[in-house]
Design a protein around this ligand. Structure first.
Ligand code: FAD
Length: 811
């Protein structure tokens, strides 16, 4: 065994083998894989090993396409061929029109990644899968690339090719401890001796938290028991004369694929069980959990009804093994929050199919700091402090129970709620608030007309449309109040705070005490990393001169890691998070100044406190930090209040607002209004796949200000010209909003992708943002949107169509 290496990958399942292989593809050959037993002795060996192309985001579709292409290459490799049934096809079933509509959206989205799904009716489903009945079936989504692979051969082949490229694999080598040194390198302690490594990767499957604990981390990953059985030969399969496609059933929660002459059928029962919560025996390796078919009887019946031939044959083999889940069902692939030189590829619940792609994206992140796709949907930093062991288990159970039931727009499932609240949450609930969930925070979505109000789950505009319109109208004509909790807030102190931020930000950073600015931080490739406001607070009895750095709620761990990895050794910069201590009350509308003046001492006139000002004050008697900034486009104030004083501040504002028509509004109204202003959302419209020029943020770039992170790369990108441009579109329908990921078409070709869509209630238009080919970015250009299968005209319009001169928020 080597005594030192560049990367030590711990775990020899599909996650570890794929990472090792792809590191060598990136030409890093000084890399090792450490496996406590034999390769694939965790979950991988007994996997049903289906490989599908379906995903609910473009990143997932893209990484799965990579798996498929790689697996085909390995299948055809004469040196080390792998058994891979590619192209049997697969059907996701549907028995409601809403599911069918969703499949049409997923098809539109996948087309942008070069993947063609087909939405087919019930008869066509039965023609392609002759074993199924069309009872209670509307149709399904056909994925022609589906298939299944031999998981052990796959991992051996990946390890074989990695070894050929210089990597080493140490089997029967148990990692027992990890030590991180002052220079951020690691020593990996094993039962066969120590190995020093620059970087470690946790790819330990269901033992993820044993290795996590070795570095002081609790990963939000829980294991569930999961069963399938394999039947004896089914005569109808032989008679069909072709292999059976895969089936995924969101109606009765099972899947199936062909296994030899019979079927393999797996179940996601409601009466499901977590596994290994209180520790895992060291001896559990190449092992299974005891069979328990009684538990799956409910879903088994559904499978028998759909495929009556199942009832006529015996069961040959039952497999019950642990499968890992995270809080939102997607894995954790990327940097480990709060750690340096540490990555993970964990929480894979469809790891054999996806593993090729995840290892590919992880290797890119390790070697280049970023991958070719924006990887936020699988980023380990997307959950923050709320992701406890117990919450993870609750969400894992819920996710398992809904395995094939994708989320609809605005759907938030009940398990593990409320996770993060403020003193106002019950107050707002009593006012009729319906909540959305943002990084665990319960945030007001809109105010319900009655407790019984439950809008339908749909990709169309739903029954909330008029409610949102009324909330927007009150903000536009009077004044509205909205709680924005969980907004990410760091306090940055130290004499070098501005030099530090200047180096990270591609534009001018506001430095004057009392002023607020907006800035964009790039990665080394010149692409958009994050967006932040910088508020310069004067020295006061509340603290020294300091900058309040504000960014999206979900960015807390992401941005903290990025900031902490940048101060120079001799720079005087301190950063601490206030995210959980402060909450924002947004006061917006033409009467906002009147309300503020009635409850906060001081001169709040446009002259004394113009747009982009910040001041410490009191709302009633509650201490508050007030900023004149606006995401709605109306005159507005962000009132930052310590949580302990939030309720009294709220009461003061409500009382002051009572004579001005003040009403509550929520996140849905905010979203509608921000689209009319051309304001962007991080990780919907602001992605690492595009630079600030492409994203329409040129006015925030100052290339001549001196060096900053990403400048050299950005200069090169500017020379090469944009690959795409972000535009605002007017969509010619009032039936449905454009959904993120949907494809824009011209002459039968995909020319762009939607990032956000919503109805602009003040302008009465259906609005969307999209990245389109640069030559199609001029106002007036006509494109077509594939909106859940219907081709709808879309026209490029100016970015800001409500108050384009920004007069209202300066008033
Ligand atoms: C019944 C069942 C059916 C499934 N069907 C499918 C399917 O059809 N399609 C699909 O894509 N996915 C399927 N999955 C899921 C898929 O099998 C897993 O997502 C995948 O195998 C996980 O791979 P992994 O590499 O993350 O973990 P594992 O395969 O568990 O590998 C982790 C490795 O880490 C090693 N390790 C752990 N701790 C240490 C240590 N301290 N030191 C050194 N080594 C260590 C372990 O020995 C193990 O080999 C199924 C899962 C189950 C249970």
């Amino acid at each position: 065994m080597k005594s030192r290496t560049k990367v030590a990958v711990i775990g020899g399942g599909i996650a570890g083998c794929s990472t090792l292989y792809h590191l060598t593809q990136e030409r890093w050959s000084d890399v090792v894989l450490i496996e406590r037993d034999e390769l694939t002795s965790g979950t991988t060996w007994h996997s049903a090993a289906q490989v599908t192309n379906f995903g609910m985001t473009q990143t997932m579709v893209g990484l799965k396409s990579h798996s498929i292409a790689l697996y085909k290459k390995l299948r055809d490799d004469p040196d080390y061929p792998v058994g891979y049934h590619h192209g049997d096809g697969g059907i996701r079933l549907a028995n409601t029109e809403a599911q069918m509509q969703a499949y049409r959206h997923f098809s539109s989205m996948a087309r942008g990644m070069g993947v063609e799904f087909e939405v087919i009716d019930a008869e066509e489903c039965a023609r392609r899968h002759p074993l199924i009945s069309t009872e209670n079936l509307l149709g399904g989504l056909w994925d022609g690339e589906d298939g299944d692979i031999d998981p052990a051969q796959l991992c051996q082949a990946l390890a074989f090719h990695a070894r050929k490229a210089g990597a080493e694999v140490y089997r029967s080598t148990d990692v027992t401890a990890l030590t991180q040194h002052g220079d951020d390198t690691w020593t990996v302690h094993t039962n066969r001796g120590d190995i020093d490594a620059d970087i470690v990767v946790n790819a330990c499957g269901y033992r993820v938290n044993e290795v996590g604990t070795m570095m002081g981390v609790q990963h939000p990953v829980a294991s569930m028991e999961h069963q399938y059985f394999v039947t004896e030969d089914i005569p109808a399969i032989a008679e069909a004369g072709h292999r059976m496609p895969l089936l995924r059933c969101p109606i009765s929660d099972y899947y199936s694929r062909q296994e030899k002459g019979g079927l393999l059928v797996g179940f996601y029962e409601q009466d499901c069980k977590t596994w290994g919560m209180d520790g895992i025996s060291p001896a559990f390796s190449n092992d299974l959990c005891p069979d328990d078919l009684d538990r799956v009887m409910d879903v088994l019946e559904g499978a028998f009804e759909r495929m009556p031939a199942l009832a006529e044959v015996g069961i040959k083999r039952i497999v019950n093994g642990p499968i890992t889940y995270t809080i939102d069902g997607a894995p954790l692939v990327g940097p480990i929050p709060g750690k340096r030189n540490a990555f993970c590829i964990i929480g894979l619940r469809a790891g054999v199919g996806e593993g090729g792609g995840h290892g590919w994206l992880l290797a890119q992140q390790i070697v280049h700091g970023e991958a070719c796709y924006d990887t936020w949907v699988i980023d380990p930093r997307r959950f923050t402090g709320h992701a406890t062991v117990e919450l993870t288990a609750l969400k894992a159970i819920e996710d398992y129970q809904n395995e094939f039931r994708f989320h609809f727009p605005h759907e938030h499932r009940p398990a593990g709620r409320p996770a993060k609240t403020t003193p106002l949450t019950p107050v707002l609930a009593a006012e009729g608030a319906e909540f959305t969930v943002v990084n665990g925070w319960e945030r007001v979505d809109y105010i319900k007309p009655s407790p019984e109000f439950h809008p339908s789950l749909s990709f169309d505009f739903d029954e909330t449309f008029d409610l949102i319109a009324a909330e927007v109208a009150n903000v536009q004509t009077n004044v509205g109040l909205c709680e924005v909790n969980g907004f990410n807030r760091f306090e940055i102190t130290g004499t070098d705070r501005h030099t530090f931020l200047d180096r990270l930000c591609c534009g001018t950073v506001a430095k004057r005490a009392g002023r607020v600015g907006l800035g964009y931080l790039l990665n080394a490739h010149g692409m958009l990393k994050t967006e932040a406001t910088f508020a310069n607070l004067p020295a006061s009895d509340r603290g020294p001169e300091r900058v309040w750095y504000g960014s999206a709620a979900a960015a807390e761990f992401h941005d903290m890691d990025w900031l902490l990895s940048h101060p120079g050794a001799d720079e005087d910069v301190q950063i601490r998070s206030l995210t959980n201590d402060q909450t924002i009350l947004v006061l917006a509308g033409p009467k906002a100044r009147d309300v503020l003046s009635a409850c906060a001492r001081g001169d709040w006139s446009a002259q004394a406190f113009p747009w982009l000002s910040v001041r410490e004050a009191f709302v009633g008697f509650a201490p508050a930090t007030i900023m004149a900034v606006s995401f709605s486009g109306e005159l507005a104030y962000e009132i930052h209040v310590p949580n302990a004083s939030l309720y009294p501040a709220y009461l003061a504002l409500r009382e002051a607002g009572s004579s001005h028509g003040l009403k509550l509004f929520g996140a849905r109204a905010v979203d509608s209004m921000r689209m009319e202003k051309g304001f962007l959302h991080w990780k919907a419209d602001i992605l690492t796949e595009f630079d600030p020029f492409e994203t329409g943020l040129s006015r925030f770039v100052k290339l001549d200000k001196g060096d900053f992170v990403g400048r050299d790369a950005l200069l090169k990108r500017r020379e090469n010209g944009p690959t795409k441009r972000l535009v605002t579109l007017e969509i010619a329908t009032d039936r449905a909003p454009a959904h993120g990921g949907a494809s824009l078409m011209r002459d039968g070709r995909v020319v762009g992708t939607i990032t956000s869509g919503d109805w602009g209630h003040r302008v009465g238009k259906n609005l969307a943002y999209a990245f389109v080919e640069p030559e199609l970015s001029n106002a007036g250009t006509a494109i077509e949107l594939d909106l859940c299968g219907e081709m709808v005209p879309a026209t490029v319009i100016p970015a800001t169509i409500y108050d384009p001169k920004f007069r209202l928020l300066r008033a």
